[in-house]
Design a protein around this ligand. Sequence first.
Ligand code: FES
Length: 106
Amino acid sequence: MAQEWIKACSVDDIDEEDVIRFDFDGATYAIYRSDKDEFFATDGLCTHERVHLADGLVMRDIIECPKHNGRFNYQTGRAKGSPACVDLRTYATRVVDGDVYIALER
Ligand code: FES
């Protein structure tokens, strides 16, 4: 498998301290913009009951799941609050010409 940079969205598609959903090739991801104007990406579904995290709430470096309020650090993927106890997978991001790309194994 090789790493490939996939265009996920425009920088302007995400407000600071917010998240959007990105679906690609049968999988779903969450793309975040931090309060420091950095971009991050994780798997899009909560590891507890597979709810879309893009419907959750971003607070600093935390995404709170909309279903049971489980929390993850979206920058490291680490599960931070019950009932979420399995870490999220994270993906490298980069910004080129105003677009956000994420690195996927393909
Ligand atoms: S589905 Fe996310 S914490 Fe339960």
